[in-house]
Design a protein around this ligand. Structure first.
Ligand SMILES: Nc1ncnc2c1ncn2[C@@H]1O[C@H](COP(=O)(O)OP(=O)(O)OP(=O)(O)O)[C@@H](O)[C@H]1O
Length: 345
């Protein structure tokens, strides 16, 4: 549905060249949700703006719905852009228009008749849950409601593709979840292909099928959410995944840890990381029984993304030194990442 082939974008700032995108290729299949994740300045906005040619790539090709957008004249491009809806971090609503009139705008621009506008806007406001706000002005809406209006407006021209430029970055966590749920529902019920950019892996985890990681203008890793979460190859992808967890012990506790055992009674504090490749079995209790070691769990989080279970457990492991070593080897052989954080006691 969306095919970016070898996209390079070079900005010329007062004679100085800046390569914002470097030979980026991305394929987003019809009906899927693809997330591009990267740090600030990595090139995310430039990338998503290249898809509807708000930013024209310096080289490469942009194919949407089988059409090569770079080959279209201005008139054809305007027509083709109706097929590509877009929503933004700061909503971009017209403050002088009511909710109804904001959503009606694309229909007015394509000269739809009043009856069609009435029907379509009413259905869209119903879809995004804002029927009761139709006569309200944007200034009197919450951030989540504003984004719902923006989504309804983006859907007014029946696009096949929806581009989301950090669409939840200005929203609180609960509102973020409700907007992500709405986007997923739209994707499922209307079959719209969604490309979103974000700096939060949590967004990717919640709704995406595919993910691509962008770093300094290059896509350094891409695959299904399940592939990337179960086996991240780059350090950056690993960092983004780890950031979805509150994976730190309290500072007071960490301050008590020593680098080496202080006495024969010392126990290691171990972080066990489970990925999609870890054996899907009750590994901690199996290990405990098999090697006669006990796990005093201090912190644990397990989550799901793309059908893959992943997460971590931090535990104080008590038992005979050899038994603990064997337990660690057993877990590593089961594809659990094992890291000794320090010792207590
Ligand atoms: N119109 C422009 N003119 C010149 N340079 C630009 C322009 N737009 C972006 N850049 C530069 O291109 C690089 C990538 O910017 P971009 O906005 O795409 O990154 P981003 O990943 O979206 O960052 P953020 O998350 O902070 O918005 C940056 O170095 C930025 O300064």
């Amino acid at each position: 549905m969306i095919k970016l082939k070898n996209i390079t974008k070079i900005f010329d700032i007062a004679g100085k060249k800046l390569t914002a995108l470097d030979n980026v290729s991305l394929n987003v299949p019809a009906g899927s949700i693809c997330g591009v994740i990267g740090a600030s300045g990595a090139g995310k906005s430039t990338l998503i703006r290249c898809v509807n040619l708000l930013e024209r790539p310096t080289s490469g090709s942009v194919i949407v719905d089988g059409k090569d957008l770079m080959a279209l004249n201005d008139h054809q491009l305007i027509a083709e852009r109706r097929n590509i809806g877009m929503i933004f971090q700061h909503f971009n609503l017209l403050s002088s228009r009511t909710v109804f009139d904001n959503v009606a705008l694309p229909l007015e621009l394509e000269k739809a008749n009043k009856q069609k506008i009435q029907q379509k806007v009413t259905a869209l406001l119903n879809l995004v849950g804002l029927t009761d706000k139709k006569d309200v002005y944007p200034a009197n809406l919450s951030g989540g409601q504003k984004q719902r209006v923006a989504i309804a407006r983006a859907l007014a021209s029946d696009p096949h593709v929806l581009l989301c430029d950090e669409a939840t970055s200005a929203l609180d966590p609960a509102t973020t979840q409700s907007i992500l749920k709405l986007l997923k529902d739209i994707n499922r019920t209307l079959g719209i292909t969604i490309l979103l950019i974000t700096h939060e892996m949590d967004v990717v985890k919640r709704i995406c099928d595919q993910v691509a990681v962008i770093d300094r203008g290059s896509l350094i890793e891409q695959g299904t959410v399940s592939e990337i979460f179960s086996n991240p190859k780059t350090e950056l992808a690993q960092e983004f995944i780890q950031a979805t967890f509150q994976n730190h012990l309290p500072e007071e506790y960490l301050a008590l840890l020593t680098d080496a055992p202080k006495s024969p009674n010392s126990s290691p504090i171990i972080r066990f990381e489970f990925t999609g490749r870890s054996v899907d079995a009750p590994l901690i209790s199996q290990t405990s029984r098999r090697f006669n070691v006990s796990f005093n769990i201090l912190l644990s989080q397990i989550d799901y993304a793309g059908g893959t279970k992943f997460g971590f457990t931090i535990a104080e492991v008590e038992g005979d030194e050899d038994a603990i070593t064997q337990a660690k080897i057993y877990l590593m052989e089961s594809n659990v990442r094992v890291e000794v954080l320090g010792y207590v006691g």
